[in-house]
Write a protein that binds this ligand. Sequence first.
Ligand SMILES: [Zn+2]
Length: 257
Amino acid sequence: MKLKALNMTDQKAQFLLEGVSISYANSLRRYFINETPIMAIEDVEIADNSSILYDESVALRLGLLVLETDRKSYNLPSACKCQGKGCAQCQAILTLKAKGPKTVYAGDMKSKDPKIKPVHPKTPIVKLLEGQKLEVTCTAVLGVGSTHAKWSPGHAYYNHPATVTVDTKKVDTKKIAEAAGDNVMEAKGDTFTVLHVDQFISVITALGAQEKGTPVVDQERFVFTIEPWGQLSSYEMVQSAIDAFNHDLDQFAEALE
Ligand SMILES: [Zn+2]
């Protein structure tokens, strides 16, 4: 297996994977979105709610908030010493107390653990009119996307790179390489290997050029793109997915013995 990092920032990771089967690439993709633990609100205790939203709607909105996740300090409830009963190692408590008139935002929540807080404090929860109140206590726990989408840490997908030969009579290759930017992985004369073939063709068409023959899609290579929602950085999302994959493979090997 060969791996090459293409673009790595906290918000987005892109890497090229070679020498694996399509089923392996797909397993990886599923681990990124479904088996990477993150924090989300699971239980909501409502002490007061005179807002326009039903208790269930308030709880749903709270459950979908994006919470910063501290992977090192928390266990999955199922793997915790408390056996899922709930303790400081597997639960984080957030409270919210608001009185109208005002718009209640995620940033109005108070967290007992400063590391577990909403990533987007301007996410609106409900609008309170004069005299309306909202008072809730929320319990956030680690979970995985295969249980509920609120525990899915982001978007993960792959595509195959393609090789395009360009008719360079009208436009020179330097101009094409400049205009296509990061999309170009390799360039040899009038032949370009690109990450996204559609984007590349729009660029050369805009320059007045066109491709020679049909682009050749390379089914053996995978360009992965990982875009976290914000609970984890893209690096943490990749690392957690690989850890989960290894853990499951170990368990599989143990079960076979
Ligand atoms: Zn616990």
